[in-house]
Ligand binder design. Structure first.
Ligand SMILES: Cc1cc2nc3c(=O)[nH]c(=O)nc-3n(C[C@H](O)[C@H](O)[C@H](O)COP(=O)(O)OP(=O)(O)OC[C@H]3O[C@@H](n4cnc5c(N)ncnc54)[C@H](O)[C@@H]3O)c2cc1C
Length: 442
């Protein structure tokens, strides 16, 4: 019996249980629906990356791309090929979950079943709960339950699939991100990136917090689009004994934790997880948001991060925390404004990790860092970028400072000399202001 494999965030052949299930039914239509509701808000970097990833997948199988509302398009495709089942990996995000319920109902009306096999996670959101049966709110007990729950071994690619096509399909999307240097997309590129990183994973524990060092895996866009499954990475890590491998596994658990939290609290994609924080006094974003987005705040590590984001659609994790803290606690702008800019600009933009990364920094999220711990951007820069490699790379003016100047805190005269802005705020004063506002809602 023919089947449909509806690809979404699983753009790969290997270790793809939903695809295996589809192939077990018989001949398979490999389908991708370009949904305007997701494509429009994605931003140029993510669109261009997705287009490249689809081109790569289309090199491995005859991918049928159609454009429009999945509720209509998936049913049409299933009916056209005479499929009785449409196979997917379950989507746990607020939009994807609701969309799948609507598609499932529309398919049922046409006598077709929607079959969910696996998800983009090693442990599906909602699968592990606290002793009381409620979703976890704190990372450490979650990560323990997550590890205890475990996951299956990776599966092989389908042995010899027979592919079906549609009479009419759309062209593969052709999107460019002008001026943004993106990583290579696709399953083969993801595997190469991972193999290269495995040689360095032993140093990950030491290097991961140094933005001037190529110490992290850069797997986030590949994971975002499912060009590789985290289970594949976890299987490789399990063969290693290093502390770096253990630390990396923990970072993957953060990704799964945030997906779990968002699934349990879908409103937290837009609203405060801790509602008290909505009462905090915030400033009009018009005052400083643009300087922050452009990387012209006069705080070197903040500007380096924001310029890195503009240039390559990616930013180092340590710097994501610093720039987010600066926006919320030094500029007193609500986290949603920063999260929106990130989602627009990031090639790895992922609703769960992004919104909860922001809420963590803003103090309003699960497991949040205490609000009163305000990052000092200058000392953070000196600590994590001690030789200033990172700030000099992304803020080239700072590479021209005179001998002996501190690239993390140049003097007013040196700033004028090299054309770098003066600080737009006084960090010490804004820290006091942030703490005063926090006292008001305590
Ligand atoms: C404000 C803010 C916004 C963020 N937005 C996103 C986002 O939109 N998409 C995204 O994938 N990550 C996001 N993160 C998490 C993290 O910054 C990135 O996953 C990481 O920088 C990606 O680079 P890497 O693959 O080299 O990471 P590595 O250090 O190599 O980590 C390996 C993988 O573990 C996961 N991971 C690591 N740290 C985290 C974390 N703190 N939270 C969740 N997962 C993590 C990612 O899947 C990552 O690819 C955000 C963090 C913050 C503080």
């Amino acid at each position: 019996m023919p089947a449909v494999m509806w690809f979404r965030r699983d753009l790969r052949l290997r270790d793809n249980p939903a695809l295996l299930e589809a192939c077990a039914d018989g001949a398979v239509l490999p389908l991708f629906v370009l949904d305007p509701a997701l494509w429009e808000p994605a931003g140029p970097a993510r669109r261009a990356y997705l287009a490249a990833s689809l081109r790569s997948l289309a090199g491995d199988l005859p991918l049928a791309v159609v454009t429009g509302d999945p509720v209509r398009r998936v049913v049409q495709a299933a009916v056209e090929v005479g499929a009785e089942r449409v196979h997917v990996a379950a989507d746990f995000g607020p939009y994807g979950h609701a969309r799948d319920l609507a598609v499932e109902q529309a398919l049922a009306e046409a006598g077709v079943e929607l079959v969910r096999t696996g998800s983009p996670y090693a442990v599906a959101p909602g699968r592990v709960t606290s002793g009381a049966g409620t979703p976890f709110k704190v990372f450490t007990p979650y990560s323990k339950a997550w590890a205890d729950h475990g996951w299956r071994d990776p599966v092989d690619p389908p042995p010899d699939p027979t592919w079906l096509g549609l009479a009419e399909t759309a062209d593969l999307p052709d999107a460019e991100a002008e001026g943004v240097e993106l990583p290579e997309a696709g399953e083969a590129a993801a595997r190469r990136q991972w193999a290269g990183f495995l040689d360095r994973v032993g140093d990950y524990g030491d290097d991961r917090d140094r933005p001037g060092v190529d110490g992290t895996s850069r797997m986030s866009p590949h994971l975002k689009w499912g060009e590789v499954h985290p289970r594949t990475l976890l299987a490789d890590l399990a063969r290693l004994r290093s502390d770096g491998a253990a630390t990396y596994r923990k970072e993957l658990a953060w990704r799964e934790f945030y997906a779990d939290v968002l699934f349990a609290h879908p409103h937290s994609a837009r609203d405060y997880l801790k509602p008290d924080y909505a009462r905090m006094r915030y400033d009009d974003p018009a005052d400083h948001l643009e300087a922050w987005c452009q990387g012209r705040t006069g705080f070197p590590v903040v500007d380096a991060g924001m310029r890195q984001l503009r240039a390559i659609g990616w930013m180092h994790n340590r710097v994501r925390m610093i720039v987010a803290s600066f926006l919320v606690k030094d500029l007193h702008v609500e986290w949603q404004h920063g999260a929106r800019h990130f989602m627009h600009s990031l090639v790895d933009g992922d609703l769960a990790s992004n919104q909860h990364g922001w809420q963590w920094v803003a103090g309003s999220g699960t497991d949040a860092s205490p609000y009163f711990r305000v990052f000092n951007p200058t000392t953070q820069g000196r600590k994590f970028d001690p030789d200033a490699t990172y700030v000099r790379q992304w803020v080239p003016e700072l590479a021209d400072l005179p001998e002996g100047a501190d690239p993390h805190d140049p003097s007013p005269a040196d700033r004028d000399e090299v054309g770098y802005p003066q600080p737009i705020v006084d960090h010490a004063a804004e820290r006091r202001e942030a703490l005063a506002r926090y006292e008001e809602i305590r």
